[in-house]
Ligand binder design. Sequence first.
Ligand code: 9MR
Length: 369
Amino acid sequence: MNKILFSLSIVATMIPSAIFSQQANTLKEAYKDDFFIGAALDLSQIYEADKQAADIVKNQFSSIVAENCMKSMFLQPKEGQFFFDDADKFVALGEKYNMFTIGHTLIWHSQLPDWFFVDKNGKDVSVEVLKQRMKSHISTVVTRYKGRVKGWDVVNEAIMENGSYRKSKFYEILGEEFIPLAFKYAQEADPDAELYYNDYNEWHPGKIETVVKMVKNLKSRGIRIDGVGMQAHIDMTSPTLAEYENAIVKYTAAGVKVNITELDLSVLPSPWGTSANISDKVEYNEKMNPYKTGLPKDAEEKWENRYADFFRLFLKHKSKVRRVTLWGVTDAQSWKNDFPVKGRTDYPLFFDRNCNTKPIVEKMIQLAK
Ligand code: 9MR
């Protein structure tokens, strides 16, 4: 060994290991060999107007998804009139910071423009017209971001907990076939993008059964589906780890990757479980809003432990899990403050209302090491 190299190696042994470990002091660094770690962005983050939140996004996350601005009511408010400003900005941000950019969502019964299912007399459109509208929406959007948006939530929330199909207009007019059609149109528009089916409560046995059947049906027909997005709007009791794990294993056995999507752990009492059906609202009462002025230490610890249990599960199944995405950056932004009870103070995310990093971040970093 020459003299310079020798002295360098001596110096290296003198540097405390803490300094080396600082290299992995962000979530994305800590999980880089395991899965993407992502966040859903609102407009203030997409435009980097909220500088502190934007810095968190840039430093901590390796993947982003738009919380709202790529939904059809925003992208195509009137037939044939597309509005791309916000989505363009979002995709550009992903490129600027080299993040795995996800498009959410192409076909969803909610946040959909009124014109989508009706003709000029207000009557339901025909099978052919609805197919053409779906195709036009999907092709226009996916083609615009071809090669830049790396994965699409092609269909969102089409199957109920008991395994039946949601009686949306897509289903009423096209039957189950609207799902394969949506995947086919997306695949044609960008053959290289990953394509996902995304839903909440996907650990319910009935839902698992139908989603698995749908995945197998697509595959047997040569229509590509790469992943199932398991939304994770969870609370302190539901689902159990075993329920969640069972679902991960079942979806993987059907031949797709699992994305843990829309992760937020509510610390507040839940009136019923973990529905994310936005129409299921419950009246406000004080008992349902116990932490208005701050989260007590013991409640925060329980919350951290439950998050840790889930992250341990994701790490255990890291060969099956492609991405873990939190549904927001800060508690201030979270939809959970208004759902299922409007006007509560919830603490579901990793950064507090003032963009401070919560202790959970360091804990999740240590877990990965
Ligand atoms: O977080 C989103 C919130 O800002 C919107 O008001 C709401 C409207 O439905 O949608 C929220 O995101 C939903 C996601 O797109 C699909 N799964 C359920 C999420 C929470 O409702």
